[in-house]
Every structure is written in structure tokens, then in C-alpha cells.
Design a protein around this ligand. Sequence first.
Ligand code: UD1
Length: 418
Amino acid sequence: MNKLVIDGGMPMRGEITVQGAKNAVLPILAAAIISRGECVIHNCPRLRDVEKTSIVLTRLGCKLNRSEGTIYIDSTDINDCRIDEKLMREMRSSIIFLGAILSVFGKAEVGLPGGCPIGLRPIDLHIKALRQMGVRISEEHGYLNCECSHLVGADIHLDFPSVGATENIMLAAVKADGETVITNAAREPEIIDLANFLNKMGAQIRGAGSSIISIKGTERLHGAEYTVMPDRIVAQTYLIGAMMTDGELLLKGAEPSHMQAGLSVLTEMGGRIRRTQDGLHIKNNGKIRSINIIKTMPYPGFPTDAQSPFMALAAIAGGTSVFVENIFENRYRHVDELVRMGADIKVEGRSAVVRGVKKLYGANVETYELRGGAALILAAMAAEGRTQIAGIEFIDRGYEDIEGNLSRCGIKIHRVRF
Ligand code: UD1
């Protein structure tokens, strides 16, 4: 088992190039199989979830090669439509293969998904939509069995703008008979990235990024080359790190238009943020101020994935901040750990009241999910003394070389094996 050991109190100063977005690269890799040809994907971060996705692709029969940040996928000989239960349980986002596999074979057999334990994560919207597209779905022994004679376009209204469901429908619709129109679609930038990639493969998708997406089915797609967008949650994590440690950071490759909700909160809390030619620069302007209320919402609202890193920041702000988590239940598992480090946080249902304290203190803590783990790293960087963080395999799912990036910026952090 690995742990991260962090000696707090050092300012984070330097520059970091933002990695490719985890939540964009995973559906893009899945989408590559629909081409039945060769795809070249640049800016793929080295992450556990990307490795797992590569394993899924190989098991399906694709040939894969990786060189630095580029993954080459040849799906010409793809021959399997099954993803085993173990792989699915390790990574919830593998549900995204459902739409892609159905596009290729008209049938799919996938284990029921797992992932970070952050509350109920049902897939009812995915299933309802695919049924509308003519797919027969049954559940047996932990597997979803899906079959159709051919996929048909449909008008699909999502009761909630689910990111995964929107992506799955797009993947299933690109080769369906006729047109699919999704209303109340998710508007996240990662949806646009997936649509752009599919369109490069010859798909006909319009409206991605708005709440109405239309997809005209096409008979054949082809291979394509694509560069994955920068990770907006990782970018915000590093910006917060610089703020919490009274540092100064140049974040290369960051895309400010993807993170307006977070940047506006950071500015309100005292960050001086400036756009540069190739990214963003942040400096703390002396004091961290509390924020009245942060409510997580579907994009372009405040992202649930940034809730815990911002809570670490609020923990040392001057004043009281309130958080309301509207997307996932049980996404406050980092709170008890922050409290062990001296934070003053009370949770009541979906709300958390954070009274800023003057200092956090190093402690032995554990993370149970990805973004909560990032919050603990941030708290440890600002804390007095040493913090040891267990459960870092969750952090490795989404942050590429986090200890390398932070230590190059002056943070005392290293990984130890226990
Ligand atoms: C994606 C992101 C995740 C992010 C989340 C919300 C990936 C790989 N993961 O997850 O990092 O936190 O968006 O921005 O892109 N829901 C249902 N039924 C469904 C599907 C979802 O009720 O069929 C609910 C979920 O339980 C949750 C909410 O909708 O409460 C949001 O889920 P969704 O947008 O689907 O998130 P994911 O695609 O799983």
C-alpha cells in the first residue's frame, strides 16, 4: 500500500502544464472502437483509469500502443462485446462502453458498474434511453445483457442532464438509423470534446455544449486523430494549492472558459487571477476570504468534482462558508479527515458549514475517493507539520504525477510504500 507524506508550510511556486482531462479521454477512448479503424489520441494523461480503459480496449480485441501522451488504437479486429464484472466494478465510467459496443455489434454484455463510492450512482437514464433506441436490456447475475436488431434514432428527454447518459446516447446514436435528439442534455465541456472527436470520425452531431443535441446516424465512421482538452478540475486543484500556501503559480494550457464558476469563487475568496498567453497565473492577495455559499450544479454551474478541493480552501478562510452538494449524496467523506486536521466543518444532510480556522495541523488521514483525496493533499500543503495520506490509489485515478508536479513547485511531498 502506498501513502503520500507531505510536510506542510511551503509556498507552492512555479509552473505546471495541465494534463489532459480524465473525463474527456475515457469516453473518447471508448468512442474510438466505433471507427473500426486507426485512431490517434494525443494528450492522454497517465492515470489508473486510462490504464483500465486500455485494458478494456485490448480485451475487446483492439491493438493499442502508447508513446508519451499519445495512444494509438486500432479497432479493425475488435471481436468481443463483453466487459467483465471485475473491470466494470473498478471503474464506473466503463459504462460508457455500452453505447460504443452497441454501435459496433448491436449487442453488449457488461458487468454492472462501480467506481468511487460517492453515493448512489444509478444508470437508469442510460437504460431508459437505450431502450428508446430499440435496445432490449435484461439484467442477470450482475451483468447487463443488451441486444437489438439495429439501433434506431429517437427523441430522448433526460430527466436530469447526466454526463454519462448524454455520452452513451451520443455513442449509440452515431450509427443508428435516423436522427436522435437529446433534450436536457449535459452541457459539460467534455461532451463537446467527445462530439468533436466523433465528428472528426465522420459523425454528424450538432448542438453539443447546449441542452439540445442532435445526432444524425451515419453508416460508416473512420479513424481520426484528436487532442484531448485540458483537465478543468485538476487545473482548479492546483490554483487552490497556490492560494492556500500563499504561493504563485503559472498554469500552462488551462482553459479559463471551462471553469468560470470556479474562477469566480476563487477571485471572491481572494485569488488574483490573470490570463496569460498560454494559460492562467494566480497569486493570493494576502488573505483568504470565506464564500457565502457554494452549490454544486450541472455545468455551467459549480462542479461537484471541485467541491472538496474548495472546501479545503474554505477551511482556512477568514469566516464561514456554506456548501450544498446537489449532485451526489455521500460526497462529504473528506470532511471527517479535514476535521482530524483541525478544520471546523459540520455536515447536515446535503449541506456543510465550514468555519475557517487559523491553522490546520498535519495528521494521519485516509481518502476514499478521488477528489476528496485531492482536498486532503491541499489541506496538508497548508497545514503545520506532517500529514500522511492513505488510499492514494483513488488519487491516482485522476491526477497524473501529482507529487512530481507539486514537488517541482516547492512542496515537500513524497510517496512511500508501507
Ligand atoms: C461524470 C464525471 C464525474 C462527475 C459527474 C458530474 C466522468 C467519467 N465522470 O460522472 O467526475 O462528478 O459527471 O459532473 O465523466 N444519475 C441518475 N441516473 C443515471 C445517471 C446519473 O440518477 O442514469 C444521477 C447520478 O446518481 C448523480 C447525477 O445523476 O446524482 C449526476 O450523474 P452523471 O452526470 O451521470 O455523472 P457521471 O457521468 O457518472
